[in-house]
Design a protein around this ligand. Structure first.
Ligand code: DGL
Length: 264
């Protein structure tokens, strides 16, 4: 492994930029290529076979860019296609689910955890399996309206708060003391979710936990670098749309975006 690795991150769209933002914070002595499959999102409502096909395409594209390490930034792709991607690439890789589950298991005293995710992630029960393997009971909840609400920029809207109450209030009656944000978009709802979630429940963001794992896997890259990371972006739909939507998720300006057509 090089001293300053090139790390590839892929997601169904701009959501995985929340994972990239954490990587840039925790693993700054690295360069990055980010692939957003904006032409084919959302992955959250698609079949496992379709998601696996798309995820392998994205991973191969990033391998062609010469990456040293691969991060599946999309929870749905990780839940439904981790093993398929693992079998299809040669690059060392990590997904978001194991780190999220490990972090949740590490802090849950009650051994009882709530997981919020897309329908696809919930249907795969990937989080439940990862938590049960650690002796933790998991209640998974699909929150399909959260992704479009976040994309609409309604992270603090009263409608989003109402939707969150409808999804979550019953879950809060249980014994869980940890709630995992198991979707790339949910960190943008964190302030709202924190407000409506009982204080006894700790919120874990799988993006943060994943970046911590990458820092452990690439210790040289985790200490401050001599120069800022070079980040290149690839998107399968409009470059302009990616730039505009992406800046909200990344929290910084996006300049270098290239259009990619994986179908051709
Ligand atoms: N990136 C997806 C995830 O983390 C959410 C958006 C989608 O459904 O494609 O599950």
């Amino acid at each position: 492994m090089k001293q300053r690795p090139l790390i590839g991150v892929f997601d169904s769209g701009v959501g995985g930029l929340t994972v990239l933002a954490e990587l840039l914070r925790q693993v700054p002595n690295a360069d990055y290529v980010y692939f957003g499959d904006t032409a084919r999102l959302p992955y959250g409502s698609k079949s496992a076979a379709t998601v696996a096909k798309y995820a392998i395409g994205a991973a191969h594209y990033l391998e062609q860019q010469g990456i040293d390490f691969l991060v599946i930034g999309c929870n749905t792709a990780c839940a439904q296609a981790y093993d398929s991607v693992r079998a299809a690439v040669k690059t060392p890789m990590i997904g978001v689910i194991e780190p999220g589950a490990e972090a949740a298991a590490g802090v849950s005293r009650k051994k009882d955890v709530i997981v919020l995710a897309t329908e696809g992630t919930v249907n795969s029960h990937a989080y439940r399996k990862a938590l049960e393997a650690r002796g933790i009971k998991a209640e998974e909840k699909a929150c399909p309206l959260f992704v479009p609400l976040v994309e609409e920029g309604w992270g603090e809207h009263s409608v989003t708060e109402q939707v969150a109450h409808i999804y979550l209030d019953d879950l809060f009656k249980g014994a869980a003391d940890v709630m995992v944000l198991g979707c790339t978009h949910y960190p943008l709802l964190r302030p709202l979710l924190r407000r409506i979630t009982p204080e006894r429940i700790q919120i874990i963001d799988s993006a943060e936990s994943t970046a911590r794992k990458v820092a452990e896997a690439l210790p040289h890259a985790a200490s401050g670098g001599v120069s800022a990371p070079d980040v290149r972006f690839f998107a399968t739909d409009s470059v302009e749309k990616f730039r505009r939507a992406g800046e909200k998720f990344l929290g910084q300006r996006i300049v270098d975006v290239t259009h990619v057509d994986l179908e051709s």
